[in-house]
Design a protein around this ligand. Structure first.
Ligand code: UDX
Length: 455
């Protein structure tokens, strides 16, 4: 099929590359010329494992452009995967979505086109996008578009860092459309994924246990709500284990064992019960805020979702409290941060706990040193206000001469450091394990005073 993707961020580019890999003819459009130039040269503008490899495999089915006039005509499916950054009052800012919908209306030809909302959009956006496309078409052509397009919602559940795996081997595919004909276009598009009939790329083998992928076919509003409800549930699962972690610390329990003990109940499940600093990233914060804001429009409160947000905020403050409890004074101390990205295997810094923590430490007069395997360039570029943070080339350089070190992002390479000389290189060998990812007894043997966020 002829597919167009508007927006080449994590969701758009991953979707485009995967669909091209499956044999569809895909055009990716983005107004940012540098991004398109990079992609044409085979480079990916952000860090996502294997994405450049899959792009190379699928290159013959991919085109890149900055022009909607080249991308829209003739497309059977157009995915809107533009950013919906946080706006005011918790509602997402929809200016890019609006521009994309208008662009579609202006350039659409007689081909029957399914316009798919892939961006996480407020409930009801499907109808709004439909109206914008129709108005722009009418303005341009002086007549109504009749049946030449329809709107669908196809929420994305991919996690950064494992975006390709989540796209090729999803737990489910959700398609929301108000007419059967629209949904059918998308079943055809996703058939190789639903039936798992494609030959897996060598670097991304199919999980052995995976059978056919379940398809959830719904109306538009339900698909839009599924996305928010899923992210909010995962977010509150993390905040729940962090709340239990706080109590666990008081009563002297081991939160890792507690999480395992409850997670093995199949009704609860073991995933997203890793206690620590809590969630960051572009989705959980934004989507929980949007859910609370949407509910408020209907006169509803969402106290559970709101509490999950409060608990998450508190976790970042607890890092400072723990350091204060240990060092008594932060002014003039040197604190090292291991990890800047909001989670391992990405260079994404959106709502990254490290940013908040660095800011709070600097406000209290501490010197901050930091390392991240892939996010430091982005950190320097996107956070000039934190230019006082000393970016170090290695974790060893961060740790040297520190009064305390905080593990903020659990990159695998931070687990296997040579701890004994590192403890000796510090002013006071304090390690605050913000992700409960390090081996406590190993660090203690190496001479560290080990503190966990929940122990
Ligand atoms: C999330 C959703 O998982 C994905 O389905 C959705 O489409 C986009 O948002 P992402 O933000 O990429 O994906 O990362 P995810 O792996 O979900 O982690 C989010 C945050 O939660 C990270 O900061 C991570 O460190 C934290 N987390 C995750 C925990 O603190 N504990 C856990 O047990 C799991």
């Amino acid at each position: 099929m002829n597919v167009t993707i508007l927006g080449t961020g994590y969701v758009g580019l991953t979707t485009g590359v995967c669909l091209a890999f499956l044999g569809h003819k895909v055009t990716c459009a983005d107004p940012v010329a540098e991004k398109i130039a990079m992609l044409e040269g085979g480079a990916v503008p952000f860090h996502e494992p294997f994405l450049a490899d899959l792009l190379a495999e699928a290159r013959c089915n991919l085109k890149f452009t900055t022009e909607y006039a080249h991308a829209i005509p003739g497309a059977q499916v157009i995915f809107i995967a533009v950013g919906t950054p946080p706006g005011q009052n918790g509602s997402p800012d929809l200016k890019y979505l609006q521009a994309a919908a208008r662009g579609i209306g202006e350039h659409m030809d007689a081909t029957f086109t399914v316009v798919v909302n892939k961006s996480t959009v407020p409930i009801g956006s499907g109808n709004w996008v439909g109206a914008l496309v129709r108005d722009a078409f009418e303005k341009r052509n002086g007549r109504k578009p009749h049946t030449s397009f329809a709107v669908a919602s196809n929420p994305e559940f991919l996690r950064e860092g494992s975006a390709l795996h989540d796209s090729l081997y999803p737990d489910r595919v959700v398609i929301g459309a108000d007419e059967e004909q629209t949904a059918e276009v998308l079943y055809t598009l996703y058939r190789p994924i639903l039936d798992q009939t494609f030959q897996p790329p060598p670097f991304l083998p199919r999980p052995e246990e995976l059978g056919a992928v379940p398809l959830i076919s719904t109306d538009l509003a339900s698909a839009e709500l599924i996305k928010y409800a899923a992210n909010a549930f995962l977010a509150l699962k993390i905040s729940y284990i962090n709340e239990i972690g706080l109590l666990s610390e008081k009563v002297g329990a081991d939160i890792a064992q507690v999480a395992k003990g409850i997670g093995l109940d199949a009704r609860i499940g073991t995933r997203f019960l890793q206690a620590g600093i809590g969630w960051g990233g572009s989705c959980f914060g934004k989507d929980t805020a949007a859910l609370v804001a949407t509910a408020a429009e209907y006169g509803l409160e969402m106290p559970i979702v709101q509490s999950a947000r409060d608990v998450n905020r508190r976790q970042r403050e607890r890092v400072i409290e723990k350091l204060l409890g240990e060092l008594r004074i932060l002014k003039g101390r040197t604190i090292g941060l291991l990890g800047l990205a909001f989670k391992p295997h990405t260079d994404d810094l959106r709502e990254a706990p490290a940013i908040d923590i660095a800011r709070k430490l600097i406000e209290r007069g501490a010197r901050v040193k930091a390392h991240d395997p892939v996010a430091m360039d982005r950190f320097r570029r996107d956070h000039p206000e934190l230019c006082d943070v000393a970016c170090c080339d290695s974790p060893e350089q961060v740790i040297r001469d520190c009064d305390a070190v905080v593990l903020v992002t659990e990159w695998p390479q931070y687990r296997e450091l040579d701890w004994e000389p590192l403890a000796k290189s510090m002013r006071t060998a304090v390690m605050l394990d913000g992700r409960l990812a390090l081996d406590r007894s190993r660090l203690s043997r190496a001479g560290f005073r080990y503190l966990g966020l929940a122990c």
